[in-house]
Design a protein around this ligand. Structure first.
Ligand SMILES: Cc1cc2nc3c(=O)[nH]c(=O)nc-3n(C[C@H](O)[C@H](O)[C@H](O)COP(=O)(O)OP(=O)(O)OC[C@H]3O[C@@H](n4cnc5c(N)ncnc54)[C@H](O)[C@@H]3O)c2cc1C
Length: 262
């Protein structure tokens, strides 16, 4: 096949669907990054079959309907609890996937955070995925990242993936967190932690400095804030519709915003 044909095939390839069936991963390492961040590294031979897995994609941890981690293959049409988490790092040679589970603060513990608190090395859990969240549009004047506490791992990923010359603002509503987390970032991305000054993420966003020009925005918000925030970001901040990515981080029904990893 000619070189140009190979290139065409590569770039026109249809996205592969995320693994429809669940697969088993085993807890390999648990790190207490800080009071509010529990880092879990999961591993297993299934990772070998997920070449599309990469940092910033999303996997779903599966739990029985009573909240216990699912440790057997999920049956089709079975009522299970699925909890999405952002892949922070992955190593497809070592067959490892790392997620950061945000703990404490104002977040009540559901099955996933309870599991992250108590998980032991060697414990298995069934997982589905990966899915991709939409990428940030690159050709804008500046970038706005904003989110609630569970969106911090995704924000950390975006900051690491941005071009070093990117400028912009990160606004984090860290309600209930006793500390600010150290995040690697381009030098011209300014991080604003709420630290209790404003009651909500929308209020925080409305009170941050805004560089001139047209921004791309990525926001991980509460379901109830999605519609008003989208409207405000487009109409008052001037985010073009195609440069806005906004996701509910407290909803279990966000599957539709993800496209299968390609
Ligand atoms: C694409 C995506 C990626 C995510 N990545 C991560 C990640 O990397 N790390 C991480 O820690 N979390 C992440 N989350 C959020 C995480 O999936 C949820 O917080 C999840 O609900 C936790 O499950 P749980 O079983 O502990 O709590 P649940 O049983 O879901 O919730 C317990 C209670 O807390 C409430 N609640 C849940 N979330 C919130 C919230 N955000 N604010 C206020 N109340 C809430 C629920 O309504 C419920 O009453 C992500 C979410 C999405 C959509």
């Amino acid at each position: 096949m000619a070189y140009w044909q190979q290139l065409k095939k590569l770039f026109s390839a249809k996205p592969k669907p995320a693994m429809a069936q669940s697969f088993s991963l085993t807890v390999q390492k648990i790190t207490h990054i800080s009071e509010h961040v529990r880092r879990l590294t999961l591993g297993g031979s299934a990772v070998r079959h997920l070449p599309q897995l990469r940092p910033g994609s999303c996997i779903r941890l599966l739990f029985e309907s009573d909240g216990r981690p699912l440790q057997r293959k999920a049956l089709q049409e079975e009522a299970l609890l699925e909890r999405p988490f952002t892949v922070r790092f992955c190593d497809t040679d070592m067959l490892l996937v790392t997620i950061d589970v945000m703990l404490g603060g104002h977040l009540p513990d559901g099955p996933a955070r309870q599991w992250a608190n108590q998980a032991r090395i060697g414990e298995d859990i069934q997982v589905k995925g990966p899915w991709f969240s939409p990428a940030l549009k690159a050709s804008t004047d500046w970038v706005l990242l904003g989110g609630e506490v569970p969106a911090i791992p995704a924000i950390a990923h975006h900051l690491e993936a941005l071009h070093p010359a990117t400028r912009g603002i990160v606004a984090i509503n860290n309600s209930g967190m006793l500390e600010n987390i150290l995040l690697s970032k381009p030098v011209n991305m300014e991080i604003v932690w709420n630290n209790g000054r404003f009651a909500t993420l929308p209020q925080l966003l409305q009170n941050i400095p805004r560089p001139a020009g047209s921004p791309a925005a990525w926001i991980g918000a509460r379901q109830q804030d999605i519609a008003p925030l989208s409207q405000w970001l487009e109409q008052s901040v001037g985010v073009p519709e195609e440069a806005l990515s906004i996701t509910a981080y407290d909803s279990q029904t966000t599957r539709q915003v993800f496209q299968a990893a390609s």
